[in-house]
Design a protein around this ligand. Structure first.
Ligand code: 13P
Length: 293
């Protein structure tokens, strides 16, 4: 059993300048694909589940038990955290009760004072259950599960105050967006990241791990620079979705699905999940968390 909270693995990554992969899952086979890649690459990983995916998969307990049971059945031997991605206040509490080992409380759409108070409340609850906590300042642009953000750059003072609530890692808007990046995207605001990362680390007297959301489609060199500046967890969702879609599409367009018993969902969906594994492997190459178990 290698399910644990994410604090130590992300702190190690921050200190040694690589990033932990946080891969979003959507169903049974997706979860298996992520675990398989984590094991093959010996890459500590967060199994990230959005509020929408929790609902889709049948609830917090179903998800927590699924990941735990697969971890055991697949003899996973690398650290894995069961992480709520962009949780509401109530969602984060439910996740802690259900056995998640890490939660993100996303109060970035609230006034700062309320975001800080609610985050502090989640931190207090989470600590009792040995659960790690992520919170967000600024906002991530784009749309995810119906939540639309404008992409507000995180003010340094807000980030300092949030870090002081006792969270374990901090998501900060630095020009990153969820989903596919538009042609005219300006890139990550790396100077701002550098300033923010130094300021929050000084404020809490240890290197604060920064989380980069919207990891899909960010050029490799920008991700590598962001890691040098304090990013220690990168979230990837859309890239796996696109890979899955393309894998199935190629399969159908090649008419291979019409051969034999390939209508069996276990065969029909396989090219999609193989494509996910390939996409996630490529991200691990960039994040540098292979062989860090
Ligand atoms: P992408 O879908 O853009 O990879 O973003 C994932 C994410 O940040 C999840 O929180």
């Amino acid at each position: 059993m290698t399910i644990m909270n994410a604090k130590q693995m992300i702190q190690n990554a921050r200190e040694q300048q690589y990033a932990i992969s946080a891969f979003n899952t959507n169903n049974l086979e997706w979860t298996q694909a992520i675990l398989r890649v984590a094991k093959e690459r010996q890459a500590p990983t967060l199994m990230a589940i959005s509020m929408g995916a929790v609902k889709y998969m049948g609830g917090f307990k179903v998800v927590a038990n699924l990941v735990r049971n697969l971890d055991e059945a697949m003899e996973i031997d690398v650290p894995i955290a069961i992480h709520l991605d962009h949780g509401t206040f109530e969602g984060a509490k439910e996740a802690i009760d259900a056995g998640f080992t890490s939660v993100m409380f996303d109060g970035s759409n609230l006034p700062l004072a309320e975001n800080l108070t609610k985050t502090a409340e989640i931190v207090e609850l989470a600590k009792k259950s040995n659960v790690s906590v992520e919170a967000e300042v600024g906002s991530i642009g784009g749309e995810e599960d119906g939540v639309v953000g404008d992409g507000e750059i995180a003010p340094i003072d807000d980030a300092i105050q949030m870090a002081q609530t006792g969270i374990d890692f901090l998501a900060a808007g630095i020009g990153n967006i969820h989903g596919q990046y538009p042609e005219n995207w300006n890139g990550l605001h790396l100077d701002h990241l550098s300033e923010l990362s130094t300021a929050v680390s000084n404020a809490v007297n240890h290197p604060m791990p920064i989380v980069l959301h919207g990891g899909s489609g960010i050029p490799d060199d920008q991700i590598k620079q962001a890691i040098q500046l304090g990013v220690a967890k990168v979230n990837v969702n859309t890239e796996a979705q696109l890979a899955f879609h393309q894998g199935i599409r190629d399969y159908v367009l090649s008419n291979k699905d019409l051969e034999g018993k390939n209508y069996d969902p276990r065969k029909f969906l396989k090219p999609g999940f193989s494509a996910i594994e390939q996409a996630l492997n490529e991200r691990i190459d960039v994040f540098g968390n292979a062989n860090k178990a």
